[in-house]
Design a protein around this ligand. Structure first.
Ligand code: CP
Length: 320
């Protein structure tokens, strides 16, 4: 593949290849000096048309740690505000001879649209309700790192039950994780109020729940998602208090899961709504900050692997 648009485009062995590639960068990032010149001389443009803390910063750090020149384009300060179209913006970035373009956009399919117009690899940093592939990859890497010391994980998550609970309807994270976790052998339970569950999602192999207590029963992992009120129009929006009562992860509720079940959240968190602070901050069970750490390593792997062809280096798994 030239681009990384979604987990849906990847075979299981390609997912495992990216996770394995990221391991070297986890090790590098834990050293005092975190620099390799793998991307020296290359220009990476991060074009973010939606807000971001984790994804933007980790792509920037990833590119810099690998020696690339990294430029961030914030849509709010760009000529998009003067009416320039997405396609004209893409053609403009392409003319600057970027070697990789990272895109976050509020519309599903925007990343593919840009990929079709440019000559370099395009990495999807989240497009509308479609996909957020590097999030799913970093989640898988964080799970692997949490499970390995327990002797519970090999390369994949066969036999594990993972609950993803929250605003599934608007969540590109849920969609990418469903595809990624299933490809790696896990059973995925999706849990949301009926109005926030996409119709027909069972066809993707998900087990659908509206009762969070039932969904948590014996689960190995609880991945919590926030309510994406900025994407809601016309749906019934529960009050924060009501939502917390029915779908918030509390310490008491977590007891329904497996005895040492792990807690995940892609961020940003709304503490006291979808997750209580005393769960989010559990030292032995919450891997939320580990997810952030793995985000840098996964984005280093993605930038490295996707620019290999341009650098004349072999190695996009078996799928070159
Ligand atoms: N998880 C995630 O995508 O976070 P940001 O919106 O802060 O990038």
């Amino acid at each position: 593949h030239r681009d990384l648009i979604g987990i849906g485009q990847l075979e299981r062995h390609e997912i495992l290849f990216l996770l394995d590639e990221a391991e070297q960068w986890v090790a590098l990032n834990r050293q005092a000096t975190k620099h390799e010149n793998v991307l020296s001389g290359l220009t990476v443009i991060n074009a973010f048309f939606e807000n971001s803390t984790r994804t933007l910063l980790s792509f920037e750090i990833a590119g810099k740690r690998l020696g690339a020149d990294v430029v961030n384009m914030h849509a709010a300060q760009s000529s998009v505000k003067k009416g320039e179209t997405l396609i004209d913006t893409a053609i403009t970035l392409n003319a600057m001879r970027a070697d990789a373009i990272v895109i976050r956009h509020g519309s599903s399919g925007a990343t593919q649209l840009i990929a079709d117009k440019v000559d370099c690899p395009v990495l999807n940093a989240g497009d509308g309700q479609h996909e957020h592939p590097t999030q799913a990859l970093l989640d898988a890497l964080a799970l692997r790192h949490a499970l390995r010391p327990r002797g519970e994980a090999g390369d994949d998550f066969t036999g594990m039950v993972i609950v993803i609970c929250g605003d599934i309807l608007h969540s590109r994270v849920a969609r990418s994780n469903l595809l990624c976790l299933q490809a790696l052998g896990a059973r995925v339970r999706l849990c949301a109020p009926p109005a926030l569950m996409p119709a027909g999602i069972e066809a993707m192999g998900a087990e659908v729940y509206h009762d969070f207590d039932a969904a948590l029963d014996g689960a190995d992992v609880a991945m919590m998602l926030r309510l994406q009120t900025e994407r809601m129009s016309g749906q019934f929006i529960p009050s924060a208090r009501e939502y917390h009562h029915l779908y918030g992860l509390t310490k008491t509720r977590l007891e329904r899961a497996a005895p040492d079940a792990l807690v995940m959240h892609p961020g940003p968190m709304n503490r006291g709504v979808e997750i209580d602070s005393d769960v989010a901050d559990m030292i032995d069970r919450s891997i939320i900050t580990r997810q952030v750490e793995m985000g840098v390593a996964i984005r280093m792997a993605a930038l490295d692997v996707l620019t290999r062809r341009a650098r004349g280096v072999e190695g996009w798994g078996d799928a070159a």
